[in-house]
Design a binder for this molecule. Structure first.
Ligand SMILES: C[S@@+](CC[C@H](N)C(=O)[O-])C[C@H]1O[C@@H](n2cnc3c(N)ncnc32)[C@H](O)[C@@H]1O
Length: 340
């Protein structure tokens, strides 16, 4: 497969930090072992400049962090947008730092979509899933939504939840709460972040019984991957990775302090990864070998059974609309998880 001349999908983390302690995310552990910090403004501006010379389709100001942890995120987003007016720019955040001034600033930007990662409605479930306080977040997101509507902005606001044991009894209420306000709500399946979540933890998080969970796993061999021909992940210090699941920097492609994105994209490290993929041997490499295994595939039938046992009336609850919502907007879901 021929790589694009320049990546068309770029994620840049302008800080490495996240303020949540989600039990389903590698961050709480990985942030204690990987270098942490914030991106220099010089490096940030140079990267945004270079990106603006190319036709990048999707640009996102986060990778393994929460973008609102960067105190400079508003001016940085404004620069990204000003320099890349034809690029789709999307923000994904847990919303806890989305205070009114930030909400107003985001609502004023021509962002394509703001995703709010939210895994509950009540304080107990919010704390159990993300270690965050529910009420301020619900308030923040409602303020943002009011502001988006007041401005008549075209930015989509999408709340996404991951279906897990800890929130399975609350997702229906979440769906009703957000959709009653006109906010899009999608449910995404859990995945093990290419082995970056231990199997033990992963199985505990799955919403099914152990037996049913085992029957949900799909062992897909990731012999080649579109990501390494189109995606670049840039960490706060300029290090680069080929995949948003590379939480432990398993495949570092080089550092952008000493080189350009273009040079790195055509450099030896990327060529090596692509040659494995071209030969259908990507799964011989670490990380890629774990990608595709232990994936939780949301099976509509199994989900319907689970919901029926839980709530009594599967037709009410596991409506087609709900199953449709499982198709969410997470690219992983689209690629190979959902079999409805
Ligand atoms: C890593 S976060 C970074 C952005 C931001 N901190 C947030 O919470 O939205 C990006 C997305 O990955 C999702 N995510 C994290 N761990 C996951 C897992 N094990 N399975 C599926 N999605 C996961 C989060 O819920 C969030 O929607």
């Amino acid at each position: 497969m021929k790589a694009l001349d320049f990546p068309n999908n770029i994620q840049i983390e302008t800080t490495s930090r996240c303020n949540a302690t989600c039990g389903f995310c590698p961050y709480p552990e990985v942030s204690t072992t990987q270098p942490q910090g914030a991106m220099d403004q010089d490096l940030f501006e140079r990267l945004i400049d270079e990106i603006s010379w190319h036709r990048v389709q999707l640009l996102q100001p986060f990778l393994n962090n929460d973008p609102l942890m960067d105190p400079q995120i508003v001016p940085r987003l404004e620069l990204m947008i000003r320099k890349n007016p034809r690029t789709r720019i999307c923000v994904t955040t847990n919303g806890s730092l989305l205070r009114a001034p930030i909400a107003r600033a985001l609502a004023a930007m021509p962002l394509e979509v703001i995703h709010i990662s939210s895994n509950g409605l009540t304080p107990g479930v919010y704390r159990a899933t993300m270690g965050l306080d529910a009420w301020p977040i619900l308030h923040n997101v409602n303020v943002l939504w009011d502001e988006i509507r007041r401005r008549g902005s075209k930015t989509r606001l999408v709340v996404t939840a991951i279906l897990m044991k800890q929130n399975q009894r609350e997702v229906e209420r979440m769906r009703d709460y957000w959709r009653a306000r006109g906010v899009e709500f999608f449910l995404n399946p859990l995945n093990d972040r290419a082995g970056n979540i231990t199997t033990e933890k992963y199985v505990q998080l799955l919403p099914f019984s152990n037996d049913l969970a085992q029957s949900q796993f799909r062992e897909t061999r990731m012999t080649s991957c579109a990501s390494i021909y189109s995606f670049l992940g840039i960490l706060w210090n300029g290090d680069t990775v080929t995949c948003c699941q590379d939480w432990r920097r398993t495949h570092m492609m080089g550092n952008l302090r000493n080189t350009t994105i273009y040079e790195l994209w055509h450099g030896l490290e990327y060529q090596r990864m692509r040659s494995y993929s071209d030969q259908g041997r990507l799964d011989e490499l670490p990380l890629c070998s774990d990608c595709g295994s232990q994936r939780f595939s949301v099976d509509a039938g199994a989900l319907r059974d689970m919901l029926a046992r839980q709530n009594g009336n599967p037709d009410d609850w596991a409506s087609l609309e709900f199953l449709e919502s499982l198709k969410g907007d997470d690219s992983v879901v689209k690629q190979n998880l959902v079999r409805t």
